[in-house]
Design a binder for this molecule. Sequence first.
Ligand code: ZN
Length: 89
Amino acid sequence: MACKKDHSDLSDIMSNLPYDQGGVGRHKCAACAYKKGFDAGYSLKEELDINEVLNGLEESQAASQRHKSPHAAYALGYYDGVCAKTNSK
Ligand SMILES: [Zn+2]
């Protein structure tokens, strides 16, 4: 199933992500990976098993996040989540 969520708010972030050249998760939705990472970083959750997270994602959309690295997206989301948390204090 391809992801049907509206990720237009993330298109700038997605366009700056590196392409995933055939790695695990190449066809997973990088925008969803970013959001998962953001939530984990913001709530300072114990880091989940990244492969488990990526396995649970929907397939990528034919948009700016197509073939973007979901690993990079998750890491960037985590970073942004931690920063957002810090800035909100
Ligand atoms: Zn998605």
